[in-house]
Design a binder for this molecule. Sequence first.
Ligand code: XMP
Length: 515
Amino acid sequence: MDIHSEKVLILDFGSQYTQLIARRVREAKVYCEIHPFNSGLASVKAFKPKGIILSGGPSSVYDKGAPMIGREIFGLGVPVLGICYGMQLIAKLLGGKVERSNKREYGGADIVIENAGDLFNGLGSGPMKVWMSHGDRVEALPPGFKTIARSDNSAICAMGDAKRKIYGVQFHPEVVHTPKGDKILKNFLFQVCALKPAWTMKSFIETSIEDIRARAGEDRVVCGISGGVDSAVAALLVHKAIGARLTCIFVDNGVLRKNEADKVEATLKKSFHMNIRRVNASARFLKKLKGVEDPERKRKIIGGEFVRVFEAEAKKIKNVKFLAQGTLYPDVIESVSFKGPSATIKSHHNVGGLLKKMKLKLVEPLRELFKDEVRALGREMGMPDEIIDRQPFPGPGLAIRIIGEVTKKRCDILREADAIVLEEIKSAGLYKKIWQSFAVLLPIRTVGVMGDERTYENTIALRAVESVDGMTADWVKLPYEVMENISRRVINEVRGVNRVVYDISSKPPSTIEWE
Ligand code: XMP
């Protein structure tokens, strides 16, 4: 079965939960894409969805400039589910009445099912907990619709026209605070839309391998790997497709973690016999970083140097026509962002120039996947947990964790301290539970005493944060014993450090990294 034929289109009206809807649909093994609400009827038709979901959004249907669609979408014969703002749109466009309210209903609520039908099939008869986050609400049903559920606060919490297969829910079935939300979404997918659960990592691998083979032909592909999960999984998938015609380039920029390059190289070579070229460019990077203290300059230097080293190495390989990259779906989505498009589109390594200069085409085998799917894909291909569960590590590496000038000596100090932090966090069983945990080397020295001698040495800051996506973060309340072990070991074992402090700032207003 074609994994892309059984699919759902999610039209985004700017809800913070739109990606969550997509993830729930994917978890139900149905392929879906998020498109902006204004992509147009022709593009909706061209996508050939078997179901359409209209997301929530921050607007009121009465706002000037509120995101709108034409009512023709309801005439396509494709089932539609509107969530929150999506439901209000349905009501407005199909002749119901939406009441404007300046007061938001936000939080948990109990709803009572009046008329289960397809959408609420099998949810039991008692009141059901749901998560609300809306201002306006539907006051009168459009012709042909029936009320599915009500609450004390709104007489119409869910509505549907079973004949035309158009449904709306006022609450958010995609969040965990609506415990039966998953069942409602599955009812929409499998009962209402009659979709088949074809989207599995196994079938994704088969399809991707065929695609990559067809695209690459007899040409060669290069891929930069960093030790992170995305690039490793992308490379492995391409390797499965074209074997030795893929060359991976691992640039050691001198600001990697302790033994990082060795470990990644050994794993990928030993387990998968991948063709990996490691370039030791430490000296070159450190030379460029000499005397540089400004964080953004450090980033630019490292980014620029990476591209140069990568290019020089890639040029040694004959017949290279493609560059493989681990771009993920969240980086691709052209979502409606009320903060402007730049808020949703992250720039990766600056490879634009490289592509042009070397006349390379991009292969991005993960561009349809969310992070959790990339992990599942890696696991399915037998990639070890050590790589799959790795905490994020910034491209500019230790350079942005050494406050002030980056020197070989300071890199070595930080590398040792950082290795101890990771060892202790891992042995306390916390590594996978924490978003990031690491050491930062501060540009101050303080007084200490060791034996009979006075010392005047460096300070290490310990940072551990919890986060879902890196956009916001809380500092972790590490157990005292773990902090104590880290502090004792760093001070005893790392030459040049006589003090460890703990960072208790959250993001915002701080950031995760110190630079
Ligand atoms: P901040 O410090 O902005 O970090 O709260 C958010 C997330 O982004 C990572 N980060 C980077 N990753 N290049 C990267 O590849 C960078 O220049 C960079 N700066 C921050 C950081 O580790 C965290 O996960």
